[in-house]
Ligand binder design. Structure first.
Ligand code: ADP
Length: 183
Protein backbone atom coordinates (compact mmCIF):
# COMPACT_ATOMS: atom_id res chain seq x y z
CA UNK A 1 0.00 0.00 0.00
CA UNK A 2 1.04 3.57 -0.64
CA UNK A 3 -0.18 5.69 2.22
CA UNK A 4 0.27 9.26 3.35
CA UNK A 5 0.04 10.00 7.07
CA UNK A 6 -1.10 13.48 8.09
CA UNK A 7 -1.52 15.01 11.52
CA UNK A 8 -0.23 17.78 13.75
CA UNK A 9 3.21 17.52 15.32
CA UNK A 10 3.01 15.16 18.27
CA UNK A 11 0.00 13.28 16.86
CA UNK A 12 1.96 10.04 17.14
CA UNK A 13 2.35 9.50 13.41
CA UNK A 14 5.93 8.28 13.80
CA UNK A 15 5.03 5.75 16.49
CA UNK A 16 2.09 4.44 14.50
CA UNK A 17 4.03 4.45 11.24
CA UNK A 18 6.73 2.22 12.74
CA UNK A 19 4.12 -0.37 13.78
CA UNK A 20 2.11 -0.10 10.58
CA UNK A 21 5.28 -0.48 8.54
CA UNK A 22 5.91 -3.89 10.14
CA UNK A 23 2.31 -5.01 9.83
CA UNK A 24 1.86 -3.88 6.23
CA UNK A 25 5.38 -4.83 5.12
CA UNK A 26 6.20 -1.46 3.56
CA UNK A 27 8.95 0.99 4.49
CA UNK A 28 8.32 3.91 6.83
CA UNK A 29 9.59 7.04 5.13
CA UNK A 30 9.74 9.93 7.59
CA UNK A 31 11.05 13.26 6.34
CA UNK A 32 11.78 14.30 9.94
CA UNK A 33 13.91 11.15 10.42
CA UNK A 34 15.65 11.66 7.06
CA UNK A 35 16.50 15.25 8.01
CA UNK A 36 17.74 14.22 11.46
CA UNK A 37 19.92 11.49 9.92
CA UNK A 38 21.42 14.06 7.53
CA UNK A 39 22.02 16.47 10.40
CA UNK A 40 23.68 13.69 12.41
CA UNK A 41 25.97 12.85 9.50
CA UNK A 42 26.73 16.51 8.80
CA UNK A 43 25.73 16.30 5.12
CA UNK A 44 25.17 19.53 3.12
CA UNK A 45 21.43 18.78 3.15
CA UNK A 46 21.53 18.37 6.93
CA UNK A 47 23.40 21.66 7.33
CA UNK A 48 20.82 23.41 5.18
CA UNK A 49 17.85 21.89 7.00
CA UNK A 50 19.06 22.38 10.56
CA UNK A 51 18.28 26.06 11.09
CA UNK A 52 14.72 25.62 9.82
CA UNK A 53 14.08 22.59 11.99
CA UNK A 54 15.57 24.18 15.10
CA UNK A 55 13.17 27.11 14.70
CA UNK A 56 10.15 24.87 14.00
CA UNK A 57 9.83 26.18 10.45
CA UNK A 58 9.43 24.05 7.35
CA UNK A 59 12.51 23.21 5.35
CA UNK A 60 12.05 24.78 1.88
CA UNK A 61 9.95 22.68 -0.49
CA UNK A 62 12.66 22.25 -3.14
CA UNK A 63 15.13 20.72 -0.66
CA UNK A 64 12.47 18.49 0.88
CA UNK A 65 11.05 17.35 -2.44
CA UNK A 66 14.47 16.39 -3.81
CA UNK A 67 15.16 14.31 -0.72
CA UNK A 68 11.81 12.48 -0.93
CA UNK A 69 12.03 12.00 -4.69
CA UNK A 70 15.34 10.24 -4.27
CA UNK A 71 14.11 8.10 -1.36
CA UNK A 72 10.99 6.99 -3.29
CA UNK A 73 13.20 5.63 -6.04
CA UNK A 74 14.90 3.17 -3.67
CA UNK A 75 14.16 -0.47 -4.36
CA UNK A 76 12.32 -1.05 -1.06
CA UNK A 77 9.71 1.61 -1.89
CA UNK A 78 8.74 -0.02 -5.17
CA UNK A 79 5.78 -1.95 -3.80
CA UNK A 80 4.53 0.48 -1.19
CA UNK A 81 5.42 2.95 1.52
CA UNK A 82 4.13 4.95 4.44
CA UNK A 83 4.95 8.61 4.01
CA UNK A 84 5.21 10.30 7.41
CA UNK A 85 5.61 14.08 7.41
CA UNK A 86 5.38 14.50 3.65
CA UNK A 87 3.62 16.19 1.99
CA UNK A 88 3.32 19.03 4.47
CA UNK A 89 2.28 21.77 2.05
CA UNK A 90 -0.03 21.89 -0.97
CA UNK A 91 2.92 22.48 -3.36
CA UNK A 92 4.59 19.37 -1.87
CA UNK A 93 1.40 17.41 -2.52
CA UNK A 94 1.45 18.54 -6.16
CA UNK A 95 5.08 17.45 -6.38
CA UNK A 96 4.27 14.08 -4.85
CA UNK A 97 1.57 13.54 -7.43
CA UNK A 98 4.10 14.37 -10.15
CA UNK A 99 6.77 12.04 -8.70
CA UNK A 100 4.36 9.14 -8.33
CA UNK A 101 2.80 9.57 -11.74
CA UNK A 102 6.31 9.58 -13.22
CA UNK A 103 6.73 6.14 -11.66
CA UNK A 104 3.30 5.08 -12.96
CA UNK A 105 1.89 5.12 -9.43
CA UNK A 106 -0.58 6.90 -7.22
CA UNK A 107 -1.23 6.98 -3.48
CA UNK A 108 -3.92 4.64 -2.13
CA UNK A 109 -5.08 7.07 0.51
CA UNK A 110 -4.39 9.43 3.36
CA UNK A 111 -4.60 8.59 7.06
CA UNK A 112 -5.31 11.61 9.22
CA UNK A 113 -4.38 11.41 12.92
CA UNK A 114 -6.79 13.61 14.80
CA UNK A 115 -5.78 14.76 18.26
CA UNK A 116 -6.42 17.76 20.50
CA UNK A 117 -3.80 20.47 20.94
CA UNK A 118 -3.43 19.86 24.70
CA UNK A 119 -2.55 16.22 24.14
CA UNK A 120 0.06 16.96 21.48
CA UNK A 121 1.82 19.61 23.57
CA UNK A 122 2.02 17.19 26.51
CA UNK A 123 3.34 14.39 24.31
CA UNK A 124 6.01 16.57 22.74
CA UNK A 125 7.21 18.03 26.02
CA UNK A 126 7.51 14.47 27.35
CA UNK A 127 9.48 13.39 24.25
CA UNK A 128 12.10 16.07 24.82
CA UNK A 129 13.59 16.20 21.30
CA UNK A 130 15.91 19.17 20.55
CA UNK A 131 13.10 20.97 18.68
CA UNK A 132 10.55 20.22 21.40
CA UNK A 133 10.85 23.39 23.47
CA UNK A 134 7.61 25.22 24.14
CA UNK A 135 8.20 28.15 21.74
CA UNK A 136 9.30 25.90 18.91
CA UNK A 137 6.36 23.53 19.50
CA UNK A 138 3.97 26.48 19.38
CA UNK A 139 5.48 27.61 16.09
CA UNK A 140 5.24 24.08 14.62
CA UNK A 141 1.55 23.98 15.55
CA UNK A 142 0.98 27.32 13.81
CA UNK A 143 2.84 26.12 10.73
CA UNK A 144 0.69 22.98 10.74
CA UNK A 145 -2.53 25.01 10.79
CA UNK A 146 -1.50 27.37 8.01
CA UNK A 147 0.62 25.17 5.74
CA UNK A 148 -0.41 21.55 6.33
CA UNK A 149 -4.08 21.55 7.36
CA UNK A 150 -5.13 22.70 3.84
CA UNK A 151 -4.06 19.21 2.69
CA UNK A 152 -7.19 17.85 4.38
CA UNK A 153 -9.24 19.64 1.72
CA UNK A 154 -6.73 18.79 -0.99
CA UNK A 155 -7.11 15.07 -0.26
CA UNK A 156 -10.81 15.16 0.64
CA UNK A 157 -12.42 11.96 -0.61
CA UNK A 158 -9.36 9.78 -0.02
CA UNK A 159 -8.89 10.44 3.71
CA UNK A 160 -9.62 8.20 6.66
CA UNK A 161 -9.59 9.95 10.02
CA UNK A 162 -8.20 8.11 13.02
CA UNK A 163 -9.04 9.37 16.47
CA UNK A 164 -5.49 9.43 17.88
CA UNK A 165 -6.01 9.73 21.65
CA UNK A 166 -5.67 6.60 23.76
CA UNK A 167 -3.10 3.84 23.99
CA UNK A 168 -0.66 3.10 21.17
CA UNK A 169 -2.42 -0.27 20.65
CA UNK A 170 -5.89 1.24 20.51
CA UNK A 171 -4.82 3.86 18.01
CA UNK A 172 -3.06 1.23 15.94
CA UNK A 173 -6.23 -0.85 15.75
CA UNK A 174 -8.23 2.17 14.64
CA UNK A 175 -5.58 3.01 12.04
CA UNK A 176 -5.62 -0.53 10.62
CA UNK A 177 -9.42 -0.51 10.48
CA UNK A 178 -9.32 2.78 8.62
CA UNK A 179 -6.68 1.54 6.20
CA UNK A 180 -8.67 -1.62 5.51
CA UNK A 181 -11.59 0.61 4.64
CA UNK A 182 -9.48 2.31 1.96
CA UNK A 183 -8.83 -0.87 0.00
P1 ADP B 1 6.79 16.51 14.11
O1 ADP B 1 5.81 15.52 13.51
O2 ADP B 1 6.85 16.42 15.58
O3 ADP B 1 6.60 17.90 13.61
P2 ADP B 1 8.90 15.63 12.27
O4 ADP B 1 9.98 14.72 12.69
O5 ADP B 1 7.88 15.12 11.32
O6 ADP B 1 8.25 16.11 13.64
O7 ADP B 1 9.51 16.97 11.63
C1 ADP B 1 10.48 17.73 12.30
C2 ADP B 1 10.84 18.97 11.48
O8 ADP B 1 11.40 18.57 10.20
C3 ADP B 1 9.68 19.88 11.09
O9 ADP B 1 9.34 20.79 12.13
C4 ADP B 1 10.24 20.59 9.86
O10 ADP B 1 11.17 21.59 10.23
C5 ADP B 1 11.04 19.48 9.17
N1 ADP B 1 10.21 18.78 8.16
C6 ADP B 1 9.75 17.50 8.25
N2 ADP B 1 9.02 17.18 7.17
C7 ADP B 1 9.00 18.28 6.38
C8 ADP B 1 8.41 18.59 5.12
N3 ADP B 1 7.66 17.71 4.45
N4 ADP B 1 8.62 19.83 4.61
C9 ADP B 1 9.36 20.72 5.26
N5 ADP B 1 9.95 20.51 6.44
C10 ADP B 1 9.77 19.30 7.01
Amino acid sequence: MRLILVGPPGAGKGTQAAILSEKLGVPHISTGDLFRANIGEGTPLGLEAKSYIDAGNLVPDDVTVRMVESRLQDEDAKDGFLLDGFPRTVPQADELKRILSGLGLEADGVVQFDVSEDVVVDRMLARGRADDTEDVIRNRMRVYETETAPLLDYYAGSIVTVQAEGSVEEINERALEGINGLK
